[in-house]
Design a protein around this ligand. Structure first.
Ligand code: ZN
Ligand code: ZN
Length: 355
């Protein structure tokens, strides 16, 4: 079933006649076509996609299952939506209340001639369950990231800076087919590695440092995400201890992951190991997150989640231990949730590597 059919099917169970998708991410999800401007309207009979002159030729070629039309000059998207409201007799129109700005909502209220119905997280819930072709795109992005890492590891040595390592990873991801990065690559060394989302800077790597690299790229719109932490020169007993604990915690979280469980369980399995070893307060982010068209999607694998994990979701497994001002370790894989467990989509080795 393609995305349009999935959305039409979901619409049938909603108290509205049509859905107005105005955010770039939802337009892309519905049509498969990336654009910075346009609207998608989905009704029980199918989908319409209006965009402007910059995109119209490509959209006509790329979105065969939608009625694709050019925004007439001098008319606004709200004018077009009103035409469609009249054409299809739409009384209640679903809108993306979690995406539209307060200013857009004021205009919707003033201009659109239908009752507006908030869609809440309806599309997020659809997006959480990946089709096989979506998983393939994520895996293609991941293989590119792994190739970039494999070629970058030999370049990591004392004197090389965090920024230089980040540049090597990023260059290689583009070179091997990435559209862009999933997010700005994190490369942090030594005492900087205690900052989970630190920014790569001019700090040279030193003997005895941990270097944490968290990075990913995008292929056909889909993100990958991985983290590896390596030691340079040598690893102290404490470094080996916390690395091993993070790895054991990650493996416990992976073992706890399967369909139809509360999203809190993998987090608890990993957190229990880290806390039992005396590292309370040193792992204060969630165990993982879903990803796909966006790097962070719902549901999250965190201690506060209220969601149930579903088969076909792609989630990360990324516990860490961060000792403020001294060092940090994070190991992150991506997994596809299956009925009885999960399939690890990450192939890069994760034993402690001392370069
Ligand atoms: Zn990551
Ligand atoms: Zn992540």
């Amino acid at each position: 079933m393609n995305q349009l059919d999935r959305i039409v099917k979901a619409l049938a169970g909603m108290p509205c006649d049509a859905l107005l998708l105005s955010s770039p991410i939802s337009r892309r999800y519905a049509t498969g076509f990336p654009s910075s401007a346009g609207i998608v309207l989905i009704h029980q009979g199918g989908g319409l996609y209006y965009t402007d002159f910059r995109y119209i030729e490509a959209a006509r070629q790329a979105v065969p299952n939608f009625e694709v039309a050019l925004l007439p000059s001098g008319r606004s998207y709200n004018d077009v939506v009103n035409d469609l409201i009249a054409r299809y007799g739409i009384k209640a129109l679903g809108y993306e209340n979690m995406y539209v700005t307060a200013a857009q909502k004021v205009k919707f209220d003033a201009e659109l001639k239908a009752e507006l119905y908030p869609m809440d997280d309806m599309l997020d819930r659809l997006r959480a369950i990946k089709a096989p072709w979506e998983v393939e795109n994520i895996v293609r992005a991941q293989r590119i990231a792994e190739r970039a890492l494999e070629e970058t590891l030999p370049l990591i040595r004392p004197g090389v800076t965090e920024q230089e390592v980040a540049a090597e990873l990023i260059y290689r991801m583009y070179r091997y087919g990435a559209e862009c990065q999933s997010f700005d690559a994190i490369v942090v060394a030594g005492e900087n590695s205690s900052k989970p989302h630190g920014v790569p800077g001019p700090r040279p790597i030193k003997d005895g440092d941990f270097v944490t690299m968290d990075f990913g790229c995008v292929v056909d719109g889909y993100c990958s995400d991985m983290t590896r932490t390596v030691a340079v020169g040598h690893a102290s007993d404490e470094m080996k201890k916390i690395y091993d604990l993070v790895l054991q915690a990650q493996l416990a979280g992976l073992a706890a992951t399967k369909a139809d469980i509360p999203c809190t369980l993998p987090d608890k399995a990993a957190r229990d190991i880290i806390y039992a070893a005396g590292y309370q307060g040193c792992f204060e982010h969630g165990f993982g997150h879903s990803l796909g068209l966006e790097i962070h999607e719902e549901p999250r694998l965190s201690h506060s989640s209220k969601d149930i994990l579903r088969e076909g979701t792609v989630v990360t497994a990324e516990p860490g231990i961060y000792l403020e001002g001294r060092m940090g370790v994070r190991i992150e894989d991506m997994m596809l949730v299956t009925k009885d467990g999960c399939e690890n989509l990450t192939r890069a080795p994760k034993e402690l590597l001392i370069l």
